[in-house]
Write a protein that binds this ligand. Sequence first.
Ligand SMILES: [Zn+2]
Length: 376
Amino acid sequence: MEKEYLNKVHRYFRAGPQDKKLFSRVAAASSRQRGQILKDVNELIRGRGLAYGLLALYRQQVNCGFVLGDPLRTAGKEIKKFKDKTSGVSFRLLWNPDRELRKNHSLLIKRGVIAEHVDEAKLINRDKEGKPCYLCQKNITVQNPAEILHQLRLAGEDYYAGANFAYIENNHFTVMSSRHRDQLYERHVLAALNDFIEQTDGYFRAIFNGLAGASIPSHEHLQVTTEPFPVEGVRVRKKDVVFQKGSLRVVRPFYYIPLWIVEGRDRDEVTDAADHVIVRWHGLNPKDYTENVIAVKSDGLFRMFIFLRDTRRLAGEGKFGDMASFECGGNIVLSYEPPPGKGQHTNERKTFDSADIDVVRMLLGDIAPVIADVDF
Ligand SMILES: [Zn+2]
């Protein structure tokens, strides 16, 4: 499985023997060889681009055990797909018990996800409960011994990409700002998403969860993955086009959560138009209205999928926890089965077993804002 996948990757990036050798060296390295790994990753990026370097780093983080399961392994996982004729989207439900490993404290220590002994004096930016920020680069260095961060420059600012140890999809990284600032929507967030998909030439998708489903609201972060989102296939009819000028097009297709798509070949035009939609949405209810954004680049076309969200409607019946970009985009990952005796808990296994297209529609309907539209 891994060999086949890697051959595909090498072919896609037209890697030569030297690149492959370097990639393999990174993938097989121990996190203790951090300096060498980062040097090699940077060399791969210089030669074959950012995406190729990140893929090598991701394999290293999987092979050393930091990523708690291997996304390439199919054992224990199950997939259900439902083609929805109304929206044109093929929704994907994944049963992935690997997600639950994140709750196993001793495993997290064994894998180097968290350190057994932490020098508390070295930790910065504590919240009201005294918990240090999980996304500050300084704290990661102290608390997460096996994690390797790659520094990036996005839209003129510094970020760090680190593999997500409880992955949702393959090559799932969290990309955090080098600065400790709130996860608040601003235009520059869209600029960073578009810069990332441009630098990886569409191989990666990039997402931003506003206050809808952001796990750590005190530190700005994006997420990226190489897995396409089912919503990319949403049907767009002529009547859905709200605005068109040159290559810029704004559409409002039928979907189960209010969805706006802004697309075009000019990155700044797309960023501005997407920002316009989000600012208008926030203007209707600054306290509660928020957003999930997925940025995709395909054949030179930037596409931003904007889901209008309401912080009072974050969870859906049958799914544990808040729903965010992955779910809005049509990739619904389920993993939680309550222990015996906790009958009142949401049982995601039951949801998975009984799922059909109506269950998916209902899940998404649960998180759709009640009043939901903006004028473009
Ligand atoms: Zn922080």
